[in-house]
Design a protein around this ligand. Structure first.
Ligand SMILES: NC(=O)c1ccc[n+]([C@@H]2O[C@H](COP(=O)([O-])OP(=O)(O)OC[C@H]3O[C@@H](n4cnc5c(N)ncnc54)[C@H](OP(=O)(O)O)[C@@H]3O)[C@@H](O)[C@H]2O)c1
Length: 253
């Protein structure tokens, strides 16, 4: 039971629901053949910006921070690009109540943490590396220096300088990972959209306007988007409201 209340606006409108109960089971669809299901979780302002002062913090409120953990609870792995870890000292390790919820559902207590680097520096001093009880996979590009992580993190070198989503999802499937929650940033999201590997979108709309040139939820796809003239169509799954913020869920498929 959390201290946050939400209203479900669609489907089946209902007021004053407990956030933890409203998102207790995500009812994820089955994984596509040969790869994990990919959900994308992002927060933006009303004018569509995904950064505030170069970071993700401050774009949404406390209920959304708990909701991030609830989404993580439903997935086998939680990943993001190295640019996000360079900007934010984040980690996906779950608090004990949600770890217990996973165990009760017959799953490992923690989702596998995934960090997708390329050729740049990996900030190994971050708290992402600090949780010994969480399996961690660090992906680096071909030829990139192998970071000094002697803490149980599996380092996986890609066959290309920039790891490609299709290859990465195949590697995760080989490890028995059936679902990946991607948490940005916009550059990594663009690579997954280019590969047509976004199946679900969890979008928190913070009730704020910025008017800056900060990155949007999904950056422009290098070389042009395959969807530029035929947009990827989503289906609305649910809409919740917490105060002035909206929690939207879409499915693509
Ligand atoms: N609002 C939100 O919900 C939210 C969520 C997450 C992040 N953010 C914000 O977004 C910003 C970070 O986003 P970002 O777009 O700069 O970085 P990012 O997407 O987190 O990471 C980009 C890096 O990922 C590596 N990479 C691995 N595979 C790749 C591929 N196939 N294509 C491209 N890059 C690949 C590259 O690392 P190398 O540089 O090593 O080559 C690349 O520079 C921060 O300001 C963060 O606060 C916001």
């Amino acid at each position: 039971m959390s201290t946050h209340a939400v209203d479900r606006l669609w489907p089946d409108p209902a007021s004053d629901l407990d956030l933890d109960e409203a998102f207790a089971d995500l009812h994820l669809p089955p994984s596509p053949a040969g790869r994990p299901l990919v959900g994308l979780n992002m927060v933006t302002t009303l004018d569509g910006r995904a950064q505030l002062g170069g970071r993700a913090e401050g774009l949404s409120g406390r209920a959304d921070r708990r909701l991030m953990q609830l989404y993580r609870t439903g997935y086998d792995a939680v990943g993001s690009g190295a640019g996000t870890l360079r900007a934010d000292d984040f980690y996906s390790h779950l608090p004990s109540d949600l770890a217990a919820r996973r165990v009760a559902a017959g799953r490992p207590p923690q989702p596998t943490a995934l960090l997708i680097g390329g050729s740049g520096e990996i900030p190994t001093d971050r708290r992402w590396f600090a949780h010994a009880d969480q399996p961690r996979i660090l992906v680096i590009g071909a030829g990139a220096p192998v970071p000094d992580v002697s803490d149980g993190t599996e380092v996986l070198a890609a066959p290309t300088t920039t790891p490609q989503p299709d290859w990465l999802l195949g590697e995760l499937a080989k490890r028995g990972i059936g679902s990946l929650l991607l948490e940005g940033g916009p550059t990594t999201n663009a690579a997954f959209l280019a590969a047509d590997a976004i199946d679900e979108l969890y979008w928190t709309v913070g009730a704020r306007l910025l008017g800056t040139d900060a990155l949007p939820m999904i950056g422009p796809i290098p070389g042009g988007s395959p969807w530029a003239n035929a947009p990827r169509e989503g289906q609305l799954v649910s809409v919740h409201r917490s105060g002035d913020e909206l929690f939207l869920r879409y499915r693509f498929g």
